[in-house]
Design a protein. Structure first.
Length: 115
């Protein structure tokens, strides 16, 4: 009888069960590799980290990294956080405020009420 045991390891096991990144990492944040990152990777990180570094050779969003790597978003955030803390990835800043300001919204509302 054949042994059909799987070598599949749950992604959260590979990151030590951690659920939070060490850096603030919005879903839309773009991440990219630092120019000297390939020399910094030697033996220190797991295969999943290497996959993320390879994907970030060009700037990608956190969500895009997760999708392309085929890993859950939470796992991708932890891996990206590890690499950013080690100086291998750069997390590019995002706009704090998205959308129109309250002043514009109040003017639109006043205009709508006057119709």
């Amino acid at each position: 009888m054949e042994d059909h045991t799987s070598s599949f390891v749950r992604p959260f096991v590979r990151i030590g069960g951690r659920t939070r990144a060490e850096v603030d990492l919005p879903l839309e944040a773009l991440v990219s590799t630092v120019s000297s990152s390939t020399s910094m990777m030697a033996g220190k990180f797991a295969e999943e980290h290497r996959v993320v570094v390879g994907l970030c050779a060009q700037p990608r969003s956190t969500m895009e990294v997760a999708a392309l790597a085929g890993i859950p978003l939470g796992v991708a955030r932890v891996l990206i956080g590890d690499l950013a803390s080690a100086g291998i990835l750069t997390v590019h800043s995002t706009v704090d405020r998205v959308g129109p300001g309250s002043e514009l919204l109040e003017r639109v509302l006043t205009g709508l009420h006057s119709l």
